[in-house]
Design a protein around this ligand. Structure first.
Ligand code: ADP
Ligand code: GLC
Length: 500
């Protein structure tokens, strides 16, 4: 079959700018697609973080002319390759939108830090990402790259399918199909109706069947309505978001559009997240020597977080955006119980001020048992994956989740709430699944501190009193294959259905 040409549009890509798993996906799916023979081009904003990052791009001779509001901005394209690949990534340079102080790392891509440490969305986010979505389509004639598919991701690029539907009268855009991927439905990009004019989209699109949601302009809704297909990042989440409990107000729209909605679990880049290759670990390991060599990572982790280096103390680790999605409140409520069970707790996270404060206080009370790093630190994330005995991920909701997949590979069984992608990827090591050898982690259903506590208690019972069983879980976890092989084939099949 003929290779496809795919333009991936994203607001973050790992290696250049990242706040979470979205960047991991947009940095690794394109490579998997390229390995399947397709021609993939990625486009993202030229943030300050990109300019001063570890892979600074170079300027090209291409200049885009992008209408926004009453102006047309001229902006240069920069270019680079996705690290370790031949996939070209272009950066749209619009300093007034993307060259910002806060834009170095973490959530500064979308938020600014206010006096007192609170974070708040940039007031011009609508304009920044309407501009970027419009610019991404301008890349097509400018580069003379004629894609079969434009693949947009999350609300920041939700207007891409809307612009595309507007441009279809132009032969350059007439045959392009669009896919919109929802990585997280809680972030929708909702703005006042006055923003509509700035987008340059026709005013008649502002109605409840299209761009309007209760009087507001909703970027995510635009993506769902105008894309030829919509997917989310696990089959369970695709079902969940059609319910009021998980749909964040979009459930009705998604039920209406369910014929074009599907779920594909994210893949892992095992060149980056792999304990047998990982340069960030004191000793690399694989399933054949995990029990001899993994303890070196644990000792290093305890040391780095200022905790007593004690191989006998179970370490519970967390790496997460500190937002309510991730179940931080559950962890904080059950944490004193974990300490009574003799655990050490390690938190690596960046996010909402309230969680920073609570974790800081908890650490101050128990400096010998609780280690924290409040910030975004990619290297440390690898060490937490490797050095912990259990990985905590009791999410309130989880579209796909990558961290639990990383922890499987690192032989650190995850403790998860069975929701979204966590339900689709983790097999609970209860007695039945221990007996049949399929357990890969520990899961519970109820979103309550006691459910989390009881699950950790069970995991620790295995860890301490039934080490053979615990080791079996570790080895089964490490054997799981969540590489992009299967998921990139699913994306290819979806693209081909659209192209027809
Ligand atoms: P989400 O996208 O909802 O944040 P995922 O599990 O899909 O959740 O992906 C999270 C990604 O972000 C992982 O690569 C994880 O290592 C990384 N990450 C999250 N918080 C931090 C942090 N404070 N420092 C370094 N990496 C982090
Ligand atoms: C979102 C979700 C996470 C998912 C990631 C990449 O940030 O919260 O579950 O893994 O996107 O798709």
């Amino acid at each position: 079959m003929a290779p496809l040409r795919i333009l991936v549009v994203a607001s973050e890509v790992v290696g250049f700018a990242k706040t979470g798993g979205l960047a991991d996906v947009t940095g690794s799916l394109p490579r998997a697609l390229a390995e399947r023979g397709h021609e993939v081009v990625v486009v993202m904003p030229y943030y300050r973080a990109v300019r001063f990052g570890k892979n600074p791009p170079e300027a090209t001779a291409h200049v885009l002319h992008v209408p926004i509001g009453s102006r047309t901005l001229a902006c240069r394209l920069f270019q680079s390759k996705l690290p370790g690949t031949e996939v070209t990534i272009y950066f749209v340079d619009a300093p007034e939108y993307f060259d910002r102080d806060d834009g170095y790392h973490g959530r500064g891509l979308y938020q600014q830090t206010m006096p007192g440490g609170y974070k708040s969305d940039y007031p011009d986010n609508a304009e920044r990402f309407a501009f970027f979505s419009r610019a991404a389509l301008e890349v097509i004639p400018t580069l003379r790259f004629q894609p079969d598919i434009v693949h947009a991701n999350d609300w920041q690029t939700g207007l891409v399918p809307a612009y595309l539907s507007e441009f279809r009268a132009n032969p350059k855009y007439a045959n392009i199909r669009s896919l919109f991927t929802i990585h997280n439905i809680a972030y929708q990009g909702m703005f006042g109706a006055d923003v509509m004019r700035m987008t340059g989209l026709p005013g008649w699109m502002f109605n409840p069947k299209q761009l309007e949601y209760h009087g507001q302009l909703n970027f995510l809704k635009a993506g769902v309505v105008f894309a030829d297909a919509v997917n989310t990042v696990s089959p369970t989440y695709a079902r969940e978001i059609q319910t009021a409990e998980y749909g964040c107000g979009m459930e009705g729209l998604l039920v209406e559009n369910k014929e074009k909605l599907s779920g594909i679990v994210n893949g892992v880049d095992y060149d980056v997240w792999n304990p047998s290759l990982d340069p960030l670990l004191p000793k690399r390991y694989d399933a054949s020597n995990v029990f001899e060599r993994k303890p070196a990572s644990k000792a290093e982790l305890q040391k780095r977080f200022g905790l007593p280096v004690d191989p006998a103390k179970p370490v519970l680790g967390l790496v997460a955006r500190l937002v309510s999605q991730k179940g931080i409140d559950l962890i904080l409520s059950s944490a004193p119980g974990f300490l009574d069970l003799g655990c050490q707790l390690i938190f690596l996270g960046d996010g909402d001020r309230e969680f920073h404060d609570q974790l800081q206080n908890f650490h101050a009370k128990h400096p010998q048992q609780v280690g924290i790093y409040l910030g975004f630190q990619e290297q440390l994330a690898h060490l937490v994956e490797a050095g912990s005995d259990l990985f905590l991920m009791p999410s309130r909701y989880e579209p796909s989740g990558l961290n639990q997949l990383y922890s499987l590979k690192y032989g650190t069984p995850p403790v998860v709430r069975a929701t979204g992608g966590l339900a689709d990827t983790i097999v609970n090591a209860n007695e039945a699944n221990l007996a049949n050898g399929t357990g890969t982690g520990f899961s519970f259903n109820e979103y309550t501190p006691s459910a989390l506590y009881e699950t950790v208690k069970w995991a620790l019972l295995l860890y301490r009193e039934r080490p053979k069983d615990f080791q079996q879980v570790v080895l089964t976890a490490m054997r799981q294959d969540w590489s992009w092989d299967r998921s990139s084939a699913d994306y290819e099949a979806l693209y081909r259905r659209l192209v027809g």
